[in-house]
Design a protein around this ligand. Structure first.
Ligand SMILES: NC(=O)c1ccc[n+]([C@@H]2O[C@H](COP(=O)([O-])OP(=O)(O)OC[C@H]3O[C@@H](n4cnc5c(N)ncnc54)[C@H](OP(=O)(O)O)[C@@H]3O)[C@@H](O)[C@H]2O)c1
Length: 295
Protein backbone atom coordinates (compact mmCIF):
# COMPACT_ATOMS: atom_id res chain seq x y z
CA UNK A 1 0.00 0.00 0.00
CA UNK A 2 1.30 3.47 -0.80
CA UNK A 3 1.93 5.82 2.06
CA UNK A 4 -0.41 8.70 2.81
CA UNK A 5 0.81 12.03 1.43
CA UNK A 6 2.19 14.87 3.52
CA UNK A 7 2.73 18.55 2.84
CA UNK A 8 5.59 20.52 4.37
CA UNK A 9 5.30 24.30 4.58
CA UNK A 10 8.50 26.16 5.42
CA UNK A 11 11.87 25.06 4.07
CA UNK A 12 14.37 26.55 6.49
CA UNK A 13 16.97 24.10 7.84
CA UNK A 14 14.28 22.26 9.86
CA UNK A 15 11.46 22.07 7.31
CA UNK A 16 13.83 21.10 4.48
CA UNK A 17 15.22 18.24 6.56
CA UNK A 18 11.69 17.10 7.52
CA UNK A 19 10.67 17.01 3.87
CA UNK A 20 13.88 15.12 3.00
CA UNK A 21 13.15 12.53 5.71
CA UNK A 22 9.60 11.99 4.40
CA UNK A 23 10.96 11.55 0.89
CA UNK A 24 13.64 9.10 2.08
CA UNK A 25 10.83 7.10 3.66
CA UNK A 26 9.06 6.90 0.31
CA UNK A 27 6.22 9.21 1.35
CA UNK A 28 4.57 11.42 -1.31
CA UNK A 29 5.64 14.91 -0.24
CA UNK A 30 4.45 18.30 -1.40
CA UNK A 31 6.37 21.38 -0.33
CA UNK A 32 5.79 25.11 -0.30
CA UNK A 33 8.08 27.91 0.81
CA UNK A 34 7.89 31.69 0.55
CA UNK A 35 11.24 31.56 -1.23
CA UNK A 36 10.48 28.88 -3.80
CA UNK A 37 14.13 28.39 -4.83
CA UNK A 38 14.82 26.55 -1.56
CA UNK A 39 12.61 23.71 -2.78
CA UNK A 40 14.95 22.79 -5.69
CA UNK A 41 17.03 20.12 -3.88
CA UNK A 42 13.83 18.51 -2.59
CA UNK A 43 12.19 18.52 -6.01
CA UNK A 44 15.32 16.74 -7.26
CA UNK A 45 14.60 14.05 -4.64
CA UNK A 46 11.00 13.66 -5.77
CA UNK A 47 9.02 16.35 -3.91
CA UNK A 48 6.19 18.22 -5.61
CA UNK A 49 6.53 21.98 -5.39
CA UNK A 50 3.12 23.58 -4.86
CA UNK A 51 2.62 26.81 -6.79
CA UNK A 52 0.56 28.40 -4.02
CA UNK A 53 -0.14 27.77 -0.34
CA UNK A 54 -3.68 26.73 -1.34
CA UNK A 55 -2.25 24.05 -3.66
CA UNK A 56 0.01 22.88 -0.83
CA UNK A 57 -2.98 22.56 1.49
CA UNK A 58 -5.02 20.74 -1.14
CA UNK A 59 -2.32 18.10 -1.65
CA UNK A 60 -2.51 16.38 1.77
CA UNK A 61 -4.72 16.19 4.82
CA UNK A 62 -1.62 16.43 7.02
CA UNK A 63 0.30 19.67 6.66
CA UNK A 64 3.53 19.94 8.63
CA UNK A 65 4.58 23.55 9.20
CA UNK A 66 8.10 24.55 10.23
CA UNK A 67 8.72 28.26 10.05
CA UNK A 68 10.43 30.90 12.14
CA UNK A 69 7.29 31.73 14.12
CA UNK A 70 3.47 31.71 14.01
CA UNK A 71 3.33 35.06 12.22
CA UNK A 72 4.90 33.25 9.25
CA UNK A 73 1.96 30.81 9.22
CA UNK A 74 -0.58 33.66 9.02
CA UNK A 75 1.54 35.41 6.37
CA UNK A 76 1.64 32.18 4.34
CA UNK A 77 -1.91 30.86 4.77
CA UNK A 78 -3.92 33.91 5.90
CA UNK A 79 -4.81 34.86 2.34
CA UNK A 80 -6.00 31.36 1.41
CA UNK A 81 -8.06 30.30 4.41
CA UNK A 82 -10.74 28.75 2.17
CA UNK A 83 -8.25 25.90 1.57
CA UNK A 84 -7.87 25.08 5.27
CA UNK A 85 -11.11 23.12 5.64
CA UNK A 86 -10.49 19.50 6.65
CA UNK A 87 -6.72 19.93 7.04
CA UNK A 88 -4.63 18.96 10.05
CA UNK A 89 -1.93 21.56 10.61
CA UNK A 90 0.95 20.09 12.61
CA UNK A 91 2.86 23.25 13.39
CA UNK A 92 6.33 22.56 14.82
CA UNK A 93 7.38 26.22 14.89
CA UNK A 94 8.33 28.22 17.96
CA UNK A 95 5.82 30.57 19.60
CA UNK A 96 4.35 31.52 22.96
CA UNK A 97 1.68 29.21 24.43
CA UNK A 98 -1.04 31.87 24.16
CA UNK A 99 -0.07 32.48 20.55
CA UNK A 100 -0.55 28.76 19.90
CA UNK A 101 -3.95 28.78 21.62
CA UNK A 102 -5.06 31.69 19.41
CA UNK A 103 -3.76 29.76 16.39
CA UNK A 104 -5.86 26.77 17.46
CA UNK A 105 -8.98 28.95 17.44
CA UNK A 106 -7.99 30.47 14.10
CA UNK A 107 -7.56 27.02 12.56
CA UNK A 108 -10.85 25.64 13.90
CA UNK A 109 -12.59 28.84 12.76
CA UNK A 110 -11.60 27.81 9.24
CA UNK A 111 -12.53 24.14 9.60
CA UNK A 112 -8.96 22.93 10.21
CA UNK A 113 -7.40 21.33 13.25
CA UNK A 114 -4.15 22.41 14.87
CA UNK A 115 -1.67 20.03 16.43
CA UNK A 116 1.28 21.85 17.92
CA UNK A 117 4.70 20.38 18.35
CA UNK A 118 7.95 21.25 20.03
CA UNK A 119 10.72 19.44 18.19
CA UNK A 120 13.70 18.83 20.42
CA UNK A 121 16.52 18.10 17.97
CA UNK A 122 18.48 20.07 15.35
CA UNK A 123 18.14 19.31 11.60
CA UNK A 124 20.76 16.52 11.27
CA UNK A 125 19.06 14.49 14.04
CA UNK A 126 15.54 14.62 12.59
CA UNK A 127 14.30 11.12 11.85
CA UNK A 128 17.19 9.52 13.74
CA UNK A 129 16.99 7.54 16.99
CA UNK A 130 16.75 9.98 19.90
CA UNK A 131 14.67 12.50 17.94
CA UNK A 132 11.41 13.42 19.67
CA UNK A 133 8.60 15.94 19.46
CA UNK A 134 6.23 17.09 22.22
CA UNK A 135 2.72 17.21 20.70
CA UNK A 136 -0.40 18.80 22.10
CA UNK A 137 -3.92 18.97 20.69
CA UNK A 138 -6.38 16.17 20.08
CA UNK A 139 -4.76 12.79 20.70
CA UNK A 140 -7.09 11.05 18.27
CA UNK A 141 -5.85 13.39 15.53
CA UNK A 142 -2.26 12.66 16.45
CA UNK A 143 -3.06 8.93 16.42
CA UNK A 144 -4.48 9.24 12.91
CA UNK A 145 -1.20 10.76 11.67
CA UNK A 146 1.25 9.10 14.04
CA UNK A 147 2.65 6.79 11.39
CA UNK A 148 3.68 9.80 9.30
CA UNK A 149 4.85 12.02 12.15
CA UNK A 150 6.84 9.18 13.72
CA UNK A 151 9.18 9.38 10.74
CA UNK A 152 10.47 12.67 12.19
CA UNK A 153 10.98 11.30 15.71
CA UNK A 154 9.15 9.87 18.69
CA UNK A 155 5.68 11.39 19.06
CA UNK A 156 5.31 12.31 22.72
CA UNK A 157 1.70 13.33 23.44
CA UNK A 158 1.46 15.66 26.44
CA UNK A 159 -2.09 17.04 26.54
CA UNK A 160 -5.07 18.60 24.82
CA UNK A 161 -4.12 22.24 25.48
CA UNK A 162 -2.36 23.25 22.24
CA UNK A 163 -0.20 25.70 24.20
CA UNK A 164 1.36 22.92 26.28
CA UNK A 165 3.83 21.69 23.66
CA UNK A 166 5.57 25.07 23.77
CA UNK A 167 5.78 25.06 27.57
CA UNK A 168 7.65 21.76 27.40
CA UNK A 169 9.74 23.00 24.47
CA UNK A 170 10.64 26.24 26.25
CA UNK A 171 11.38 24.49 29.55
CA UNK A 172 13.82 22.26 27.67
CA UNK A 173 15.36 25.10 25.67
CA UNK A 174 15.85 27.28 28.75
CA UNK A 175 17.61 24.39 30.44
CA UNK A 176 19.77 23.86 27.36
CA UNK A 177 20.68 27.50 26.73
CA UNK A 178 21.21 28.52 30.34
CA UNK A 179 23.41 25.48 31.04
CA UNK A 180 25.59 26.04 27.99
CA UNK A 181 25.72 29.79 28.64
CA UNK A 182 26.85 29.14 32.23
CA UNK A 183 29.51 26.84 30.77
CA UNK A 184 30.66 29.62 28.45
CA UNK A 185 30.74 32.06 31.38
CA UNK A 186 33.04 29.63 33.16
CA UNK A 187 35.23 29.34 30.06
CA UNK A 188 35.48 33.13 29.75
CA UNK A 189 36.32 33.46 33.44
CA UNK A 190 39.01 30.78 33.31
CA UNK A 191 40.23 32.12 29.96
CA UNK A 192 41.32 35.34 31.70
CA UNK A 193 43.77 33.16 33.68
CA UNK A 194 45.06 31.45 30.54
CA UNK A 195 43.05 28.23 31.04
CA UNK A 196 41.82 26.75 27.75
CA UNK A 197 38.29 25.41 27.18
CA UNK A 198 39.83 21.98 26.63
CA UNK A 199 41.48 22.03 30.07
CA UNK A 200 38.18 22.80 31.81
CA UNK A 201 35.96 20.51 29.72
CA UNK A 202 36.55 17.27 31.75
CA UNK A 203 35.62 19.00 35.02
CA UNK A 204 32.49 20.57 33.51
CA UNK A 205 31.33 17.20 32.22
CA UNK A 206 31.73 15.74 35.73
CA UNK A 207 29.44 18.49 37.06
CA UNK A 208 26.82 17.89 34.38
CA UNK A 209 26.92 14.13 35.03
CA UNK A 210 26.30 14.72 38.73
CA UNK A 211 23.27 16.88 37.88
CA UNK A 212 21.72 14.16 35.75
CA UNK A 213 22.73 11.16 37.85
CA UNK A 214 19.68 8.90 38.30
CA UNK A 215 20.46 7.79 41.87
CA UNK A 216 19.09 9.48 45.00
CA UNK A 217 22.09 11.83 45.18
CA UNK A 218 21.66 13.19 41.64
CA UNK A 219 21.09 16.95 42.02
CA UNK A 220 18.13 17.11 39.63
CA UNK A 221 16.61 14.09 41.41
CA UNK A 222 16.92 15.92 44.75
CA UNK A 223 15.41 19.16 43.39
CA UNK A 224 12.57 17.20 41.74
CA UNK A 225 11.64 15.46 44.99
CA UNK A 226 11.90 18.67 47.02
CA UNK A 227 9.82 20.74 44.58
CA UNK A 228 7.08 18.10 44.44
CA UNK A 229 7.05 17.64 48.24
CA UNK A 230 7.37 21.36 49.03
CA UNK A 231 10.14 20.50 51.51
CA UNK A 232 13.54 22.17 51.12
CA UNK A 233 15.80 21.23 54.01
CA UNK A 234 19.06 23.18 54.18
CA UNK A 235 20.82 20.86 56.62
CA UNK A 236 24.00 20.30 54.62
CA UNK A 237 24.08 23.52 52.62
CA UNK A 238 21.84 26.50 53.28
CA UNK A 239 20.60 28.88 50.63
CA UNK A 240 22.21 31.76 52.57
CA UNK A 241 25.63 30.13 52.20
CA UNK A 242 24.97 29.68 48.46
CA UNK A 243 23.76 33.29 48.01
CA UNK A 244 27.05 34.51 49.51
CA UNK A 245 28.88 32.16 47.14
CA UNK A 246 26.92 33.65 44.22
CA UNK A 247 28.15 37.12 45.31
CA UNK A 248 31.68 35.83 44.88
CA UNK A 249 31.04 34.66 41.30
CA UNK A 250 29.86 38.18 40.41
CA UNK A 251 32.90 39.66 42.14
CA UNK A 252 35.28 37.21 40.40
CA UNK A 253 33.75 38.13 37.03
CA UNK A 254 34.10 41.83 37.76
CA UNK A 255 37.75 41.35 38.83
CA UNK A 256 38.39 39.39 35.62
CA UNK A 257 36.86 42.18 33.52
CA UNK A 258 34.15 40.03 31.91
CA UNK A 259 30.38 40.52 31.75
CA UNK A 260 28.71 40.12 35.15
CA UNK A 261 25.02 40.14 34.21
CA UNK A 262 24.49 36.37 33.94
CA UNK A 263 25.76 35.59 37.46
CA UNK A 264 24.24 38.86 38.77
CA UNK A 265 20.76 37.65 37.70
CA UNK A 266 21.36 34.36 39.53
CA UNK A 267 22.66 36.18 42.61
CA UNK A 268 19.60 38.47 42.66
CA UNK A 269 17.29 35.45 42.50
CA UNK A 270 19.10 33.72 45.37
CA UNK A 271 18.99 36.86 47.56
CA UNK A 272 15.30 37.44 46.80
CA UNK A 273 14.60 33.90 48.07
CA UNK A 274 16.75 34.57 51.17
CA UNK A 275 14.84 37.81 51.79
CA UNK A 276 11.56 35.90 51.46
CA UNK A 277 12.70 33.90 54.50
CA UNK A 278 14.36 30.89 52.84
CA UNK A 279 17.98 31.55 53.90
CA UNK A 280 17.97 28.50 56.19
CA UNK A 281 16.37 26.26 53.58
CA UNK A 282 18.06 24.49 50.67
CA UNK A 283 18.66 25.48 47.05
CA UNK A 284 15.26 24.22 45.89
CA UNK A 285 13.58 27.09 47.78
CA UNK A 286 14.82 29.42 44.98
CA UNK A 287 11.74 28.24 43.08
CA UNK A 288 9.67 30.43 45.42
CA UNK A 289 11.49 33.53 44.12
CA UNK A 290 10.99 32.33 40.53
CA UNK A 291 7.27 31.84 41.18
CA UNK A 292 6.99 35.36 42.61
CA UNK A 293 8.09 37.93 40.03
CA UNK A 294 10.13 40.83 41.40
CA UNK A 295 8.00 43.97 41.80
N1 LIG B 1 17.22 24.86 13.70
C1 LIG B 1 17.12 24.16 14.83
O1 LIG B 1 18.10 23.57 15.32
C2 LIG B 1 15.78 24.04 15.52
C3 LIG B 1 15.61 23.02 16.47
C4 LIG B 1 14.36 22.87 17.07
C5 LIG B 1 13.33 23.72 16.73
N2 LIG B 1 13.54 24.74 15.84
C6 LIG B 1 12.39 25.59 15.50
O2 LIG B 1 11.91 25.17 14.23
C7 LIG B 1 11.43 26.30 13.48
C8 LIG B 1 12.14 26.34 12.14
O3 LIG B 1 13.54 26.39 12.37
P1 LIG B 1 14.58 26.77 11.23
O4 LIG B 1 15.95 26.60 11.82
O5 LIG B 1 14.23 26.11 9.97
O6 LIG B 1 14.25 28.34 11.27
P2 LIG B 1 14.24 29.47 10.25
O7 LIG B 1 15.46 29.38 9.41
O8 LIG B 1 14.01 30.71 11.02
O9 LIG B 1 12.93 29.13 9.38
C9 LIG B 1 12.81 29.78 8.23
C10 LIG B 1 11.54 29.37 7.53
O10 LIG B 1 10.47 30.22 7.95
C11 LIG B 1 9.98 30.90 6.77
N3 LIG B 1 9.48 32.22 7.13
C12 LIG B 1 9.95 33.07 8.07
N4 LIG B 1 9.21 34.18 8.11
C13 LIG B 1 8.22 34.02 7.17
C14 LIG B 1 7.12 34.80 6.77
N5 LIG B 1 6.87 35.99 7.35
N6 LIG B 1 6.32 34.32 5.81
C15 LIG B 1 6.55 33.11 5.23
N7 LIG B 1 7.59 32.31 5.59
C16 LIG B 1 8.41 32.77 6.55
C17 LIG B 1 11.22 30.98 5.86
O11 LIG B 1 10.85 31.27 4.55
P3 LIG B 1 11.97 31.84 3.54
O12 LIG B 1 12.82 30.67 3.16
O13 LIG B 1 11.20 32.39 2.43
O14 LIG B 1 12.76 32.89 4.30
C18 LIG B 1 11.73 29.56 6.05
O15 LIG B 1 10.93 28.63 5.38
C19 LIG B 1 11.70 27.54 14.33
O16 LIG B 1 10.51 27.92 14.98
C20 LIG B 1 12.74 27.07 15.34
O17 LIG B 1 12.64 27.77 16.58
C21 LIG B 1 14.73 24.89 15.22
Amino acid sequence: MSKSPVTVIGLGPMGAKMAAVFLENGRPTTVWNRTAAKAAPLVDKGATLAATPADALAASELVVISQTDYKAMYDSLGGETHALKGRVLANLSSGSPDELRRAGEWASGHGAELLTGGIMVPPPAIGKPGSYVFYSGQETTLDRHRETLRELGDTTFIGTDVGLSMLYYQAQLYLFWSTLTAYMHGLALLGTAGVSAEQFHPFATMSIASLAEQGPMGYMRVITDEVDSGLSPGDANTLLMQAIGADHIVEASREAGIDTRGPAALKDLFWRAVNMGHGGNGLSSVIEAIRTPAP
